[in-house]
Write a protein that binds this ligand. Structure first.
Ligand SMILES: [Zn+2]
Length: 296
């Protein structure tokens, strides 16, 4: 029985090796015929799809309930300790989901990189998303958005560096939306949005910002009560939102480094949590996104 099996075995192996050799040869021939630029875009797309598959990101089960009010806490510019770690602790203590849009150049030491890893590894509670490598060449927005090729390279750099598991980007300094074949943006960023769209990325803006008043970005403008009123107004259609019943809130990790503002964050989230209509979600569950788990 065993001996017979041994004699039968080499035939399929030979066939598989032959087929694999033909496959390798055909790939090589194909590459030689394409132009280098198209080839590098194709290679990038292929690498993305392999990465996402190997990264094992699978969006958590989700059923949209139209009777609920979906709220997306989206915190930008991390890793910026101690704000980032403080916000993570608050969200964990209160049991709410949040999305962190992180900046590549802010991950300049091992502690900051460990915060990025921690966010990435905390899905489905936290989602790690892309906010560019250089934050638009350190806030030089006009230069950044008028050079779309280098802007795209900047986004792709942090996508790889942080092993971001989803194709969700927020533009620095600009609230633009690119979802399933729909681009809503200012003219100044449209070329970048169109290129990200063609690469299969979603671009997410925001509906309400918890603004900061000082240069360092550490002092909130609105009180908790003022912000809660804005949130309620957004659900009651007194403030325009991108998708009704889904409100995306922007804030910055660094704004909650000081204890009194940490308390403000706790009060804001816990007040919303007491109302059973509110559901905190990560942005991979925002309606109308392109497939975030595979390249187009
Ligand atoms: Zn930013």
């Amino acid at each position: 029985m065993h001996l017979k099996a041994f004699h039968v075995f080499p035939k399929p192996i030979t066939f598989v090796l032959l087929a694999f050799s033909i496959f390798l040869f055909s790939c090589k021939s194909g590459n030689e015929k394409t132009d280098p630029k198209a080839d590098s875009i194709a290679a990038k797309k292929k690498a993305d799809s392999i990465f996402v598959a190997n990264g094992g990101f699978i969006s958590a089960p989700f059923h949209y309930d139209p009777s609920k009010r979906y709220i997306y806490l989206t915190w930008d510019d991390g890793p910026q300790p101690p704000g980032t770690s403080t916000c993570m602790k608050v969200f964990k203590d209160l049991g709410v989901k949040a999305t962190f849009f992180m900046v590549g150049m802010h991950g300049f030491d091992s502690y900051r990189m460990s915060l990025v890893d921690s966010v990435r590894n905390s899905y489905p509670q936290f989602l790690l998303a892309n906010h560019s490598y250089s934050h638009a060449f350190r806030d030089h927005y006009a230069t950044f958005y008028t050079h779309p090729d280098s802007a795209i390279a900047d986004f792709m750099k942090v996508q790889d560096m942080y092993k971001i598991p989803v194709k969700i980007i927020r533009l620095p300094g600009n609230s633009a939306w690119v979802n399933d074949h729909e681009v809503k943006s200012a003219k100044s960023v449209r070329n970048v949005c169109n290129m990200l769209d063609s690469l299969g990325y979603n671009v997410m803006g925001w509906d309400i910002e918890w603004r900061f008043k000082n240069q360092g970005g550490s002092v909130p403008v609105q009180s908790v009560d003022q912000l809660l009123k804005e949130v309620n107004d957004a659900y009651d259609n007194r403030i325009a939102v991108n998708t009704p019943n889904n409100v995306v809130i922007l804030a910055h990790d660094r704004m909650f480094a000081k204890p009194n503002y940490t308390d403000s964050l706790i009060k804001f989230v816990s007040t919303l949590k007491k109302d059973p209509r509110y559901v905190f979600e990560t942005l991979d569950h925002y309606p109308g996104l392109k497939n975030i788990q595979k390249s187009k």
